[in-house]
Design a protein around this ligand. Structure first.
Ligand SMILES: Nc1ncnc2c1ncn2[C@@H]1O[C@H](COP(=O)(O)OP(=O)(O)OP(=O)(O)O)[C@@H](O)[C@H]1O
Length: 235
């Protein structure tokens, strides 16, 4: 909620508000032989700091492709992605990886935990990759996620709900301004899903911009805004 009388897109001070995440006219095509799949066809979205946006749409509508492009895991064939004003597209992979480590928390369907490391070692690795070996002050993601007692567990010994929370702890290890999650609650029962959504909502209230791709009605209900993708376009 805003109490300022400043016009849209401006702070009360007159300075422009920088979107946490801005994607402009994203296109992504895949080719296989003579077949072309237009996975993204001109997708433009903006997420403000502290906003929780759900991306919904039928299977194959482009949700995972969109998240990969937003995270800099994949390079779109056209369009631009900016995180907090910093362009992440059209850069070498090494630069995209550096920016991703610093600016984006990412939870993918394949998970973001290395099985040969404990949960706490996975968090430490995420911090080293971002060039932040020390924890951000005042944050202990494991305590926040109710997972302190599983800090030294290997990921393959965790329950489904613990695995998602451990993945979130890694994604949040550097207190990123943007958190992207692909179907984070797909494997969870409704009680555990509600717990994860409470954690995500709390994060948004602390200023993190959240973009969550999901088929779940509960995720859409918890979000501030829902974007529907169909055939690679925002409806
Ligand atoms: N690497 C790839 N090579 C070829 N086609 C791909 C590739 N990745 C995605 N696609 C195609 O792009 C389209 C969008 O796929 P995407 O995985 O983004 O959809 P989605 O909305 O995430 O689906 P789901 O909800 O089932 O996960 C689909 O037609 C898919 O088959």
């Amino acid at each position: 909620m805003t109490t300022s009388a400043a016009p849209d897109g401006m702070r009360a001070s007159g300075a422009p508000v920088v979107a946490a995440l801005n994607a402009s006219s994203l296109h992504r095509f895949f080719h296989s032989g003579d077949e072309e799949t237009q996975a993204l066809r001109g997708v433009t979205i903006t997420v403000a700091p502290g906003e929780f946006v759900a991306v919904v749409g039928p299977s194959g509508s482009g949700k995972s492709t969109l998240l990969s492009c937003l995270a800099g895991l994949d390079e779109p064939d056209g369009g631009t992605v900016r995180i907090g004003g910093t362009r992440i597209t059209r850069r070498p992979e090494s630069e995209r990886a550096r920016l991703r480590a610093r600016l984006i928390g990412l939870l993918t369907q394949s998970g973001n935990l290395l099985n040969h490391l404990s949960v706490v070692q996975n968090i430490a690795l995420a911090r080293r990759l971002a060039g932040n070996p020390a924890a951000p002050t005042g944050t202990d993601p494991l305590a926040e996620l109710g997972l302190a007692h599983r800090a030294h567990a290997r990921p393959d010994t965790l329950s489904g709900g613990e695995t998602v929370r451990a993945g979130l702890a890694v994604a949040l290890a550097n207190d990123p301004p943007v958190l992207l999650a692909d179907e984070p609650t797909g494997e969870l029962d409704s009680t555990t899903e509600a717990q994860v959504l409470t954690i995500l909502t709390r994060r948004a209230h602390r200023g993190t911009a959240l973009l969550v791709a999901s088929h779940s009605a509960a995720v859409a209900a918890a979000a501030d805004r829902v974007i529907t993708l169909r055939n690679g376009q925002v409806q």
